[in-house]
Design a protein around this ligand. Structure first.
Ligand code: SAM
Length: 469
C-alpha cells in the first residue's frame, strides 16, 4: 500500500503506485489543459508531485516541452543564480564483496587491480587535489566490511580535514558509501561529513534483486531505507540518485520523486542533492548489455523535470558525461559539477598504466579543473568553491528553508565571488585568471545591497593583495 510516511521501502516506493502513475502519465501526456495547469503550478516554485512531474516527463508535445525547458532554466536561475559548485571524487578503495552486475568492482571481477589508499596515500591524493584548487570532495568506495571499515572511513575523514597545504584545505567532505546502520551514520556525522550520498541504482525492486544478485547490497529494503537511517543518525543532508540505464527511466523518475516526497514527509527535509549518473563502459562492463540506455534528449528532459519538481534540491553531474552534455544540462538545472576527476584509486598522484586500469567507469570529460573553470566562466557561470553554509551550520532544514525562501542567494553570490577570487589567485592559469577577474568585476555589481557590495569589494581587494581575512 502506498504510504509516503511509512518507514518501509515497499510502502513509500510502492510498485503499484508507480505503475498507476505511469498509466496516468500515459493517459494524460497530451492533455493540454492538465499539462498547462501543472506548468502553472510549477511556476509557483513549490515543486510538483511525482504524478504531476511524470505527466510532464511523458509529454511529447514540442511546444510544451520548450515551456518546461524555459521554466527549468528560470527556476535554476531563481534558486541558484549562475553559480556552479565545484567538487572532485576521491576513490578510497575498490575492494568490494557485492555482485552488482553493472559495476567493475563486483567481487567476481578478478582482473581489476584492487587497491585501498593508506592514510599516507590519502595525504598525497588530497595534496594533489588541493594543488588543483579543490575545496570539496566526495569520497567513494566499494563495500567490504573487513577492509573498508567504519574506522577506516572515520580515520580517512580526519586525515583529510587535517591536511593544510599552501592555501589549500578541504572544507567539505561528502561521502558515497554503502548503506549502513544508524550508529555508523551518527559517527559519520560526528566526523563532520557534509552530504551522505547513496544512489538507489534502481527503484524497481525485481530488477534491483537481479542486478545485485549477491552481497549485502542485495537487500533492497535495507538499501532503500538507508536515508531514513542516515537522518535518524543526525545526517540532515542526503543525496539521492539512480543509475539511468538499468531500468526504464520513467519508472526510476517516479521512484526518485517518491523517495524525495517520503523524506520531506517523514523528516521535514527533502534530499539535499540529486545525482543523475548514466551507465558507462567500464572494465568487465558493457552498457549495451543493459537494455534501458537513454539518449541525450531524454536525459535533458529528465534533468529539466527534476529541476521543476524539486526546485530547492541541488543537482549534480559527474564526468561520466562529456562536455557537450554537461553544457546542455547546466542550463536546465545542474548546480554542482566535478572537474579534473580521476575515478581510479590513487589516480590523482599516479596515472595508471593501460593494462592496470582500476577506474570505476570511463571518464568522458578529461579536462583539467582549470579548463573546466575557464569554460564555465566563458558561459557566464560563476564556479564556486564556497562551503560557507556547511561551516556555519546551514544544513538540512535550515538550508532548505533559506533556499526555499530564495534568501540563500544573499550570501551565496558574494561568497562565490570571493572564493573564486581566491582560486584565481592561488591556482588559475593566467588566461583563466584574466577571464575570471573580468567576470568578478561584472558580477560584483549584482550584489543588490550597497553596503554588502562595498564589503565584497573590500574583501576582493584584500584577497588580490594576498591579505585574507
Ligand atoms: N559502494 C557504494 C554503494 O554501494 O552504493 C558506493 C558505490 S560506487 C563507488 C558509486 C556509484 O557508481 C554507484 O552507486 C553506481 O551508481 C555508480 N556506478 C557503478 N558502476 C557504474 C558504471 N559502469 N557506470 C556508471 N556508474 C557506475
Amino acid at each position: 500500500m502506498y504510504d509516503v510516511n511509512s518507514k518501509c521501502a515497499d510502502d513509500f516506493i510502492n510498485h503499484e503506485e508507480i505503475l498507476e502513475t505511469l498509466a496516468y502519465a500515459d493517459e494524460n501526456k497530451e492533455n493540454i489543459e492538465l499539462i498547462d495547469s501543472i506548468i502553472e503550478k510549477a511556476k509557483k516554485r513549490k515543486g510538483l508531485t511525482h504524478r504531476e512531474a511524470s505527466v510532464l516527463l511523458a509529454c511529447p508535445i514540442e511546444e510544451k516541452n520548450q515551456e518546461i525547458y524555459k521554466l527549468a532554466e528560470q527556476i535554476k536561475k531563481d534558486f541558484y543564480g549562475n553559480r556552479i559548485v565545484m567538487f572532485a571524487p576521491l576513490y578510497l578503495s575498490n575492494y568490494c564483496i557485492n555482485g552488482c552486475t553493472y559495476c567493475p568492482y563486483h567481487a567476481k571481477n578478478k582482473h581489476i587491480p584492487r587497491k585501498q589508499l593508506s592514510q599516507e596515500d590519502i595525504r598525497r591524493e588530497v595534496i594533489a587535489l588541493q594543488d588543483m584548487g579543490h575545496k570539496r570532495l566526495a569520497l567513494e568506495a566499494g563495500e567490504d566490511p573487513v577492509r573498508n571499515t567504519m574506522d577506516y572511513y572515520l580515520k580517512s575523514i580526519e586525515t583529510i580535514y587535517s591536511i593544510k597545504h599552501k592555501n589549500g584545505a578541504i572544507r567539505r567532505v561528502n561521502i558515497n558509501i554503502a548503506a549502513t546502520t544508524v550508529d555508523n551514520y551518527r559517527l559519520l556525522k560526528e566526523a563532520g561529513i557534509g552530504t551522505y550520498i547513496l544512489f538507489q541504482e534502481t527503484y524497481h525492486k525485481e530488477s534491483y534483486l537481479e542486478l545485485h544478485p549477491t552481497g549485502p547490497k542485495h537487500d533492497y529494503n535495507y538499501h532503500t531505507e538507508a536515508m531514513d537511517r542516515a537522518m535518524e543518525g543526525g545526517i540532515d543532508d542526503v543525496g539521492l540518485g539512480v543509475l539511468f540505464g538499468l531500468d526504464k527511466y520513467r519508472y526510476e523518475f517516479a521512484g526518485l520523486l517518491m523517495h524525495a516526497e517520503h523524506l520531506e514527509a517523514a523528516f521535514g527535509v527533502g534530499p539535499h542533492t540529486i545525482s543523475v549518473p548514466r551507465l558507462k563502459h567500464a572494465d568487465d562492463i558493457n552498457p549495451e548489455d543493459f537494455d534501458n540506455g537513454i539518449d541525450d534528449d531524454t536525459f535533458a528532459k529528465i534533468v529539466a523535470c527534476i529541476r521543476i519538481a524539486v526546485p530547492y534540491t541541488g543537482m549534480i553531474i559527474s564526468t561520466r558525461e562529456n562536455q557537450k552534455t554537461r553544457e546542455r544540462v547546466l542550463h536546465l538545472g545542474i548546480s554542482q559539477i566535478s572537474g579534473g576527476s580521476r575515478t581510479s584509486v590513487g589516480g590523482y598522484c599516479e596515472p595508471e598504466p593501460e593494462d592496470e586500469k582500476s577506474e570505476q567507469f570511463d571518464v568522458s570529460d578529461n579536462r583539467t579543473l582549470d579548463e573546466v573553470v575557464r569554460w564555465l566562466m566563458e558561459m557566464d557561470y560563476i564556479p564556486s568553491f564556497c562551503t560557507a553554509c556547511y561551516r556555519e551550520g546551514r544544513t538540512g532544514d535550515r538550508f532548505m528553508s533559506l533556499c526555499k525562501s530564495g534568501q540563500i542567494q544573499n550570501c551565496c553570490h558574494p561568497n562565490a565571488l570571493m572564493t573564486l577570487k581566491e582560486y584565481l589567485m592561488d591556482y588559475a592559469s593566467p588566461e583563466t585568471k584574466a577571464i575570471g577577474d573580468k567576470l568578478i568585476d561584472r558580477e560584483v555589481l549584482n550584489v543588490p545591497n550597497e553596503k554588502a557590495r562595498a564589503v565584497v569589494l573590500e574583501n576582493l581587494r584584500l584577497i588580490e593583495q594576498d591579505n585574507r581575512r
